[in-house]
Design a protein around this ligand. Structure first.
Ligand code: G4P
Length: 543
């Protein structure tokens, strides 16, 4: 009898988690700089009541300061280097937005943030189409097979032809598109969107400064007179023709395909004038997934059926200059987290209490009492965590699949100017590398006084220089190297001393001693593979 009671209690607890967990939607917003990611995020936050004034995330008054600006270098340059997490409630959902820096020069952090998301919103500027940064970030989403939702922004300005925009997404990114709504005109002639599901036109309203979507009218396609009055003969004819074309040519909506990342639902709107944003948010929340199960070395871990577990996806040092701290960001993958509970750090094989768990919304921090699968928490890290580490209950034992190391695209040789400060230099550069902001490589026959640094975005070179100077009191000199392609050697049986490479090839090892090759051009990679039978190379290293 006692057992039966216990079972009932357990079931009640699990189903209580289920309710909280199933409310969670955790996603990242990706875009090329200036496409409107910050503006869209801000409008989402307005709907959720998390902020109450348009422009408080980033506006002219704050001189392009995103809420997530932490480091001095960000302030100096007016860009956001780090990613932050925003949580808010809307319509019964608990939403976690992972903010990814969108400027030209971003780091591996941006990629890693996507590893913690269950879906992605891709913002595209209607007059620019698919741009470089979108392409890069998109690749990571495809690798993870997470659902991608497209918001084509700035319809209040002149835009490219709508069919061409869709064509570009399909061709450039290799994903089928399904427009959920369709724009009527653009720029000065923007009249609103046609909602394909409801078969009606939602009229354009401009409430740039408002906190909610403006007054719109819904005109059913059958209400000919009313529609004609509103959009005029010419635009009505164009709309009719386009709907016909669309119904015949576009992919059919299929939620299963969306959730597998094979089909992207497309929405049109204008984040600035607050049009189409709430419609998008509503559809998006219905279609996107609850926290997804994750792969571990003992199989898939279901978020609802398991007790607490999490993995570290980002480590950030010195977020607060006053307290030289280091914070590990983790994504909770299953169950419930409670402050002061004992957890096991699997890689360190240690049971511990996480100190001061926090939810970090921009520069504000809130101490947490509890959090659920889907949520992101930040904890103080006394230097024990590494990216990819697993935390679980003391009685459990498993590891989540590691986060791949993304290939750096820029390389430089680093020299310290004052050789007396070697200890600080090695400490600083190793710590910054552990955080994942840079990758460091060593040549085979030299020590740590001369090393090669690889980064995903060139801004990271400045960040490195700045941080070594300010946090470790070490001055360095960077000499750019021409390498652009990096390959880890994955074949086990290869004689490293006898690789017959091209003249531009350089052999180095990473922090863990794994051998790899650097090349100036892609042709040399192919040539080296051709010359060395049995040589296997990979673009990704394992953490
Ligand atoms: P990002 O985070 O993707 O980099 O883009 P962000 O939201 O900062 O937007 C970039 C610029 O585009 C901003 O103008 C913003 O006001 C404008 N913008 C965003 N969405 C729309 C839209 O739907 N329509 C129009 N017309 N403009 C839009 P800015 O002048 O560069 O910056 P700010 O001074 O307004 O902050």
């Amino acid at each position: 009898m006692i057992f039966a009671r216990h079972d009932i209690l357990e079931e009640i607890i699990v189903s209580k988690y289920a309710e909280e967990i199933n409310k969670r939607r955790t996603f990242a917003i990706i875009s090329h700089p200036d496409a409107g990611k910050t503006t869209l995020t801000e409008k989402f936050l307005l709907y959720g009541g998390a902020i109450n004034l348009a422009g408080s995330v980033k506006g002219k008054a704050t001189a392009r300061h995103a809420v997530s600006d932490w480091m001095e270098i960000e302030k100096e340059r007016g860009i956001s280097v780090t990613s932050s997490v925003l949580q808010f409630q809307y319509d019964g959902y608990c939403i976690n937005i992972l903010d990814t820096p969108g400027h030209q020069d971003f780091s591996e952090d941006t990629y890693r943030t996507l590893m913690a998301a269950d879906s992605a919103v891709m913002v595209i500027d209607a007059s620019k189409g698919v741009e470089a940064q979108t392409r890069k970030l998109f690749k990571v989403c495809v690798m993870r097979k997470i659902p991608i939702f497209t918001f084509i922004n700035k319809m209040d300005r002149d835009a490219n032809d709508t069919f061409e925009l869709l064509d570009e997404i399909e061709k450039e990114l290799g994903i089928a598109t399904c427009p959920m709504n369709w724009p009527i005109g653009c720029g000065k002639n923007f009249k609103g969107v046609y909602d394909r599901k409801e078969n009606c036109v939602i009229t354009y309203s401009d409430t740039e400064k408002g906190t909610k979507e403006g007054e719109t009218q819904k005109i059913h396609l059958d209400e000919e007179e009313k529609l004609l009055q509103y959009i005029g003969e010419e635009q009505k004819q164009t709309l009719t023709d386009e709907i016909e074309l669309l119904d015949g040519a576009s992919a059919e909506f299929d939620l299963d395909k969306v959730q597998k990342g094979d089909l992207t639902p497309v929405f049109f709107g204008s984040a600035l004038t607050n049009f189409g944003v709430e419609i998008f948010l509503k559809y998006f929340l219905e279609m996107t997934t609850t926290p997804l199960p994750r792969k571990s070395d003992i199989g898939m871990i279901d978020p609802v059926e398991n007790d607490f577990s999490a993995f570290v996806f980002k480590i950030q040092a010195n977020m607060n200059k006053a307290h030289r701290d280091r914070i590990a960001f983790m994504r909770i993958c299953s169950g419930k987290f409670e402050a002061n509970m004992e957890v096991k750090h699997v890689q360190g094989n240690k049971v511990m209490r996480l100190s001061q768990p926090q939810q970090i919304m921009a520069s504000e921090r809130k101490i947490l009492d509890e959090a659920y699968a889907g949520d992101i928490i930040g904890v103080f890290d006394p230097g024990i965590f590494s990216i990819g580490d697993t935390l679980c209950m003391p009685k459990s034992q498993f590891k989540y699949e590691g986060i791949p190391t993304f290939a750096p695209e820029h390389f430089a040789r680093v020299r310290q100017l004052d050789t007396m400060k070697r200890k600080q230099f090695v400490k600083g550069i190793t710590q910054i590398a552990q955080e994942g902001a840079i990758q460091i490589f060593q040549e085979y026959n030299t020590g740590m006084e001369e090393i090669i640094v690889g980064v995903v975005g060139v801004l990271q070179f400045d960040v490195l220089k700045y941080r070594l100077e300010n946090e470790y009191n070490v001055e360095i000199k960077l000499e750019n190297l021409p390498y652009e392609h990096i390959r880890w050697i994955t074949s086990k049986e290869i004689d490293l001393d006898h690789i017959n490479g091209t003249s531009d090839m350089k052999k180095v090892k990473d922090l863990k001693g794994n051998p790899l090759l650097l090349f100036v051009n892609a042709w040399s990679v192919g040539m080296t593979l051709e010359r060395n039978k049995g040589l296997e190379l990979s673009e990704f290293g394992k953490e």
